[in-house]
Design a protein around this ligand. Structure first.
Ligand code: PMP
Length: 354
């Protein structure tokens, strides 16, 4: 060999394509990354500014204050909370803690594009289970995909990019069906936007099931995508394993301070979430009134199953000043943001031949 070789699993990784950022003119709206459209609260900016003079020091390695604030907020044991540089990093650490080469990880597809990448990096084998026709996770098929080599099942609820949330009854069935030594990860990145009373309550499920881990983030409802803070809630023994493989000092002090300040401002932030939920209802109703077949959404985005015309729609939308996220050959995901952005998006959708 004349040059350094990549691990085959790394050479085979699919790309993670970030949502478009380029501005398309004065009226550009970025609905391509499921971000929060509201700027940070004054109290959060003040917390970040307060920490700025200390950036010559390393952060608190275990994010003690934040971990305790999360635990108090959710009513869980702080020993089970593990923070990281975005929940996508925490997912990598969860897999690193439990998967050996060749172990299987079952996850839905289409779902969050980081899953096949994280599984590949862990050296595990990806077992992808197709969604149902209405964009839901097919939990019976996922349970049936479990083998002796399965170590982890990833459930994205609500599912990115299609929108539906896993129901409590179907989750109970899956948990009853799979062996107790299979870790079931509930990726609840969008949990604060869920309004379906039949949706699974992750915290209640976690309390009853030692093989369940929750993944949550400050990037969406809490509006801190640019600071990269996510966390897992696990049993303390597993949490210790996740901590052991985590990047040392993985969450900056500014991010820790901002996240603590955001938890203190939860009430105000959840009022913003409610505004997004109402805007989501308006976007869904508008699209359906135009004749679009759109799955239910419990998150801050909606899914247009456009198939081969996904890229054409995204181009049309960009020309109108709205950046959306196309998945070539499959569909377009539109984040719910500003009221004006919904208006523009509905105009584009109206004019686009179905
Ligand atoms: N899980 C899901 C389902 C997501 O859609 C995202 C963000 N796109 C994440 C996790 C990662 O969030 P973050 O790394 O910003 O915490």
């Amino acid at each position: 060999m004349t040059q350094v070789q990549l691990r085959p699993a790394v050479a085979a990784l699919p790309p993670y394509v970030p949502g478009a950022r380029a501005l398309v003119g004065a009226a550009a709206f970025k609905l391509s990354s499921n971000e929060n459209p509201f700027p940070p609260l004054g109290s959060v900016v003040a917390a970040i500014a307060d920490g700025a003079m200390d950036v010559n020091r390393y952060p608190d390695m275990y994010a003690t204050e934040l971990t305790e604030a999360i635990a108090a907020h959710l009513g869980v044991n702080p020993a089970g909370v593990v923070t990281g540089n975005g929940s996508v990093a925490v997912l990598g650490h969860v897999l690193a803690a439990v998967c050996d080469a060749g172990d299987e990880v079952v996850f839905p597809w289409r779902s969050f594009e980081a899953y096949p990448i994280a599984v590949g990096i862990a050296g595990a084998r990806a077992v992808q289970v197709p969604l149902t026709a209405d964009g839901r996770l097919d939990l019976p098929a996922m349970a049936a995909a479990v083998t002796d080599r399965t170590r982890v099942i990833l459930l994205c609820t609500p599912n990115n990019p299609t929108g539906p949330a896993v129901r409590a009854d179907e989750l109970e069935e899956l948990l009853d069906a799979v062996p107790r030594d299979v870790l079931v990860v509930l990726d609840e990145a969008y949990v604060e936007f869920v309004r379906d009373p039949l949706a699974a309550d992750g915290l209640a499920v976690f309390a009853a099931r030692p093989n369940v881990v929750l993944l949550r983030t400050f990037s969406k409802a809490y509006g801190l995508a640019g600071l990269r803070v996510g966390f897992a809630v696990a049993r303390p023994r597993l949490a210790a394993g996740i901590r052991a493989v985590s990047t040392p000092f993985g969450v900056s002090q500014l991010a820790q301070l901002a996240a603590v300040a955001s938890l203190r401002a939860s009430e105000e932030l959840m009022a913003r979430v409610q505004a997004v939920v109402e805007e989501r209802a308006r976007m869904l109703a508008g699209l359906r009134a135009q004749g679009w077949q759109v799955p239910e959404s419990e998150a801050n985005f909606v899914w247009l199953p456009l198939g081969d015309r996904a890229l054409a729609f995204a181009g049309e939308s960009a020309r109108a000043g709205v950046l959306v996220r196309p998945f070539a050959g499959d569909g377009v995901r539109v984040s719910v943001g500003e009221v004006e952005a919904t208006d523009l998006l509905l105009e584009v959708a109206e004019g686009f031949a179905r």
